[in-house]
Design a binder for this molecule. Structure first.
Ligand code: NAD
Length: 495
């Protein structure tokens, strides 16, 4: 068990989970996690150091080297991971509310997307690992085939914007393919990870298979997770700057890193698009997740013939967004994660004004009664900037859309690709030929045509350029979380 309530049942005391038991930080130090809605205290959290991380690595190593997990059949692991998913589903409401309070994510999204998807991640990879095919090549007296033994100990480092969903996107394949893991959740959002650790143990996950350490980046708890030679894989989701640090840290041991990083994705709307689809999907494309989505289509390119109409409809829809307490199901945009991030987002809107942009809507912090203590920022639409402005080039990670006109297909593609990131793209057109032409030349790990955020987990997930290295999902996760081994066997001829 890692979570314990204090005298005030609303305030949680979060500790590490190491080797199946709750673990105090070696230094005894803690930090606070707060509710972005009103800055109230939600919990005090073990502030891990390198020593805590090393203990977690030792526990994961022992569970891998001597424990039952890697030796189970995929079917045996499948059964346990489904039991964990069942336990997540039977605590859906509790987990959704924890996520909403800790991250500011709106409750409808936590309840209908993040937590159900957490359970689905577990089920999908449990089934995939049990059912994936293995290629075998008989050739005369030779039989060649591939084995996929687990890689070993996995460090999983996750961000705050989709805390449990992204943690489970890493843990589910790592565990399903027989590895043991250490999860380090973002310090802003430790609550659901901690509760998940308890639910997994309750459901029968053997001790030491999943360890959780809390705290901060490279100089603190995360250090050994990226430098210890006993770690076999590092799966990281977060900012590009941190990704670069992790790749450097992992290089001396040649530890493979999967890095899912930032984005500044293009959303392209052609004049033949169905605006009844393009407008609401483009609204989701930037404002879902309170504007804090890696995928966000934060550079919105609209063909000039429809630019005035599109901008009017888009702005009207942005002004209908209900900003408020994320616990209220009527709310459609909650607060940003913390004061520092609010300052960053506000700073970018100031920059947009300095760069000559026009703030068509929003562009200010929200200080209405009931929201004044929280980190609320109005849905913001900016026009009048070029694609080469800093506002249009850098990841803001907030509810801020930059709208830019274009004339031709070629120009749209050039603008989309004129950015160092390459995570995603959104495209709205009813011309199928154009859609095919565009997606084949688009520098992006994922492209959605006339839709947004729907995903088949068998497809590769990841980014090009500064959006990351490697792909996860389906067979891509199997390749990353295993050590594929070529086996060639000579069969003796019959006598
Ligand atoms: P971040 O990089 O600040 O932190 C992510 C995690 O890394 C946290 O757990 C943090 O404590 C840890 N960390 C920080 N420094 C570290 C170090 N030196 N060594 C090891 N770990 C370290 O990112 P964030 O602010 O939590 O998340 C927002 C970013 O994540 C955005 O850039 C967003 O685009 C990106 N993101 C990407 C994806 C994707 O799939 N590509 C998904 C979600 C978020």
């Amino acid at each position: 068990m890692t979570t314990e309530t204090t005298a005030d049942p609303e305030i949680r005391r979060i500790r590490h989970l190491i080797g199946g038991g709750r673990s105090e930080p070696v230094t005894g130090e803690t930090f606070e996690t707060r509710d972005p809605h009103d800055n109230s205290l939600l919990g005090t959290v073990a502030r891990g150091t390198a020593e805590d991380a090393t203990r977690a690595i030792e526990a994961a190593r022992a569970a891998f080297d001597d424990g039952p997990w890697p030796r189970m059949t995929p079917k045996e692991r499948q059964k346990i991971l489904h039991a964990v998913a069942d336990n997540v589903e039977s605590h859906l409401e509790e987990l959704a509310m924890l996520e909403t309070r800790d991250s500011g994510k709106i409750i409808t999204q936590a309840r209908h997307a993040d937590i159900p998807r957490t359970a689905y991640n577990l089920r999908f990879f449990a089934d995939y690992a049990a059912m994936a095919g293995n290629e075998a090549y008989p050739d005369g007296d030779l039989l060649s085939y591939t084995l996929y033994p687990p890689a070993g100990v996995v460090s999983a480092i996750s961000p705050w914007n989709a805390p449990l969903m992204l943690a489970s996107w890493k843990l589910a394949p790592a565990l399903a393919f027989g590895n043991t893991a250490i999860l380090k959740p973002a310090p802003q959002t430790p609550l659901t990870a901690s509760r998940f650790g308890e639910l997994a143990l309750e459901a029968g996950l053997p001790e030491g298979v999943l360890n959780i350490v809390h705290g901060f980046g490279g100089d603190e708890v995360a250090g050994p997770l990226t430098t210890d030679p006993r770690v076999d894989r590092i799966t990281f989701t977060g900012s590009t700057a941190t990704g670069v640090r992790i790749l450097r840290a992992a290089a001396p041991n040649l530890t493979p890193v999967s890095a899912e990083l930032g984005g500044k994705s293009a959303n392209i709307v052609f004049d033949d698009a169905d605006l009844d689809v393009a407008v609401p999907e483009s609204i989701r494309g930037i404002f879902a997740g309170n504007g804090q989505m890696c995928f966000a289509g934060s550079r919105l390119f609209v063909q000039r013939g429809i630019l005035p109409e599109f901008l009017a409809r888009f702005t009207a829809a942005a002004e209908e967004i209900v900003v408020g307490d994320p616990k209220d199901p009527a709310t459609t945009l909650g607060p940003l994660i913390e004061q520092r991030h609010l300052d960053k987002v506000g700073g970018y809107v100031e920059l947009a004004r300095d760069e000559g942009g026009t703030v068509v809507s929003g562009g200010h912090r929200i200080r209405e009664p009931g929201l004044a203590e929280g980190f609320y920022y109005a849905p913001t639409v900016i026009s009048g900037l070029g694609n080469d402005s800093r506002t249009a080039q850098e990841e803001i990670f907030g509810p801020v859309e930059t709208v830019i006109g274009f004339d031709t297909e070629e120009e749209a593609l050039r603008l989309a690709n004129a950015n160092p990131y390459g995570l995603a793209g959104l495209l709205f057109t009813t011309d199928l030929d154009r859609a095919h032409r565009m997606v084949s030349r688009w520098k992006a790990g994922t492209v959605w045509v006339n839709c947004y955020l729907v995903r088949d987990l068998r497809l590769p997930f990841g980014g090009e350029g500064r959006s990351g290295i490697g792909r996860e999902g389906g067979q891509y996760s199997r390749e990353f979380f295993t050590e594929p081994r070529a086996v060639t066997l000579r069969i003796r001829p019959g006598r």
